[in-house]
Design a binder for this molecule. Structure first.
Ligand SMILES: [Ca+2]
Length: 153
């Protein structure tokens, strides 16, 4: 229940602020992956982080692309974890969900789609990886403070 109340409050505020169309996982991911820095009005523009980041269709919903499926597997393997923890764990695992040769976290750093093999950085992996590592690697996508460890551990 403690996790649900803030979400209800956020949903209520979202209604007032005109952000009802922003799904909660998308909003959480935008902040955790620092995509909110791209556009100060990201909550209103709706253009930061497309649905195809995790979904096949531009409108979201089923089916999920390979990166969305990796997150689903993360939830399945750790049912106590919240979205932020699952997202962080998937990125720390350093997988390449779409198999394009660029790890998911490196693609997120480079602002390409981790679930679409047609979308990847146009520079060599070693070059982008070095910038990603210098920026802090997977640690820069850790869950927000207060959401670090799943409850009951
Ligand atoms: Ca990839």
């Amino acid at each position: 229940m403690r996790r649900i109340l803030p979400l209800l409050a956020a949903a209520a505020l979202g209604t007032l602020g005109g952000t009802l169309a922003m799904p909660q996982f998308r909003a959480a991911a935008i902040v955790q992956l620092h995509y909110d820095k791209l556009d100060p009005l990201w909550q209103y523009s709706g253009k930061v982080m497309s649905c195809t980041f995790c979904h096949v269709g531009k409108g979201g919903g089923a089916p999920w692309n390979p990166f969305g499926q990796a997150l689903q597997k993360g939830f399945a393997s750790n049912p106590r974890a919240n979205f932020s923890q699952v997202l962080s764990a998937v990125l720390q695992a350093n997988g390449d969900a779409d198999g394009d040769g660029y790890p998911d976290a490196v693609e997120i750093f480079a602002r390409t789609l981790p679930g679409d093999p047609a979308s990847h950085p146009d520079r060599p992996l070693a070059e982008v990886q070095a910038e990603y590592d210098a920026a802090g690697g997977a640690a820069q996508y850790a869950p927000p403070k207060g959401q670090g460890a799943p409850k009951g551990r």
